[in-house]
Write a protein that binds this ligand. Structure first.
Ligand SMILES: [Zn+2]
Length: 254
């Protein structure tokens, strides 16, 4: 039994040692133990987040697979989208999940389908939230904002006007355009990531770059990142991928 002259919870001080605080009643040993456990838990959580971001830092490509739920397949009723995000070897790195939200969200999902505004979170394997994607309602100039879990803006994706073309701008947190994403007319499944008209990477639907096929590859997305991006910048491109999925592919399923 640990005893103290000063309560670690309320600060009450006495002349003699006590094992439970005469003022707030806390049991000193239990309180200290719980505090220690909490600290260790926070430490392991921080470590897991660091490891996940490190894997994103090192990943040159990722595969994104939408999780289809049986209820949705059977009823045809659109539920919130969920995705597995894997590295090039098929190991899961993240999970992404659309927020369930209110009745208004559910109605929007039903009536606005691919135009619906949404909030999506990207989690580590242990369920720690790392990034948040927010899509406001737009009819044509589709937009998506990418935030760190703490709420700091990392970047934005904005659709540009172009006749018969699919062009998006990738903006940094200061609203400077740093990349363009360009969908060639004759390659409906491909979006090229460009800088100064040079191809730097790409986003592809129906990705089949995996050694082993999971379920069916028709719903898979793959992304090849431009070189020398950090984890936060890659998260912005994940946002682009989800926006493109909603705008160009979700409506075609209905
Ligand atoms: Zn006390």
């Amino acid at each position: 039994m640990i005893a103290a002259k000063k309560c670690p919870k309320c600060g009450f001080a006495a002349d003699t040692d006590f094992s439970d605080c005469p003022k707030c009643g806390v049991i000193v040993s239990k309180y200290l133990q719980r505090k220690k456990e909490l600290k260790e838990f926070e430490k392991s959580e921080a470590k897991e987040i660091r490891n996940t971001l490190e894997r994103l830092n090192n990943a040159q490509s990722l595969v994104i697979k939408q999780k289809k739920e049986w209820g949705e397949i059977l009823t045809g009723f659109e539920t919130r989208n969920k995705y597995n995000i894997m590295d090039g070897w098929g190991n899961q790195v993240f999970e992404a999940e659309e927020e369930s939200g209110s009745l208004a969200t559910i109605l929007a999902r039903f009536f606005l389908t691919y135009l619906r505004p949404f909030t999506m979170s990207i989690f580590s394997a242990d369920g720690n939230e790392l990034f948040t994607l927010k899509r406001p309602f737009r009819f044509y100039f589709h937009e998506l904002d990418i935030y760190e879990s703490g709420g700091v803006l990392l970047g934005k994706i904005k659709r540009r006007f172009a006749l018969l073309r699919r062009i998006y701008a990738v903006m940094d947190r200061n609203d400077r355009e740093i990349f363009q994403i360009f969908g060639p007319i004759l390659r409906p499944w491909t979006f090229l990531i460009k800088k100064n008209d040079q191809e730097q990477g790409k986003i592809v639907k129906k990705w089949s770059g995996l050694g082993k096929e999971i379920f069916t590859d028709a719903d898979n997305f793959g992304i090849n990142f431009p070189k020398a991006l950090d984890a936060n910048q890659k998260a912005v491109f994940l946002g682009a991928l989800f926006l493109i999925d909603f705008v160009h592919f979700e409506k075609k399923q209905n």
